[in-house]
Design a protein. Structure first.
Length: 112
């Protein structure tokens, strides 16, 4: 099993969620996050004072899947989130040792 985490633009939230649902991918966690990278942020002026905003609001998707579904899910995320501009985000994949569904006590792939 693998954990896929993707950080994407906020405006891609619904597009990405719909694309994953259309592929029958369920059970994702979605968080609003802040980050910094190649975009470098922007300047704002508040009451005449310059304020550098160097973190950008993003959306983080996290989901667990079987090893054989990783490539397909990563492709869906890339296709749904890509604009071709700096700030499209990142995806990383990590091994998952165990998953347990609390409600039923199921372990492993059955719990996903």
């Amino acid at each position: 099993m693998k954990k896929i985490t993707a950080i994407v633009r906020q405006e891609k939230l619904e597009v990405l969620k719909d694309a994953l649902f259309a592929a029958d991918v369920r059970g994702m966690t979605i968080n609003q996050v802040q980050g910094c990278g190649a975009q470098h942020g922007w300047k704002e002026y508040v009451r005449g004072n310059e304020l550098l905003v160097n973190t950008i609001p993003k959306v983080q998707f996290t989901l667990i899947c079987s090893d054989e579904h990783v490539d397909g899910i990563v492709e869906i995320i890339c296709n749904a989130a890509r604009t071709g501009a700096v700030g499209d985000g990142k995806i990383w994949v990590e091994p998952v040792e165990e998953v347990i569904r609390i409600r039923t006590g199921e372990h492993g792939p059955a719990a996903v």
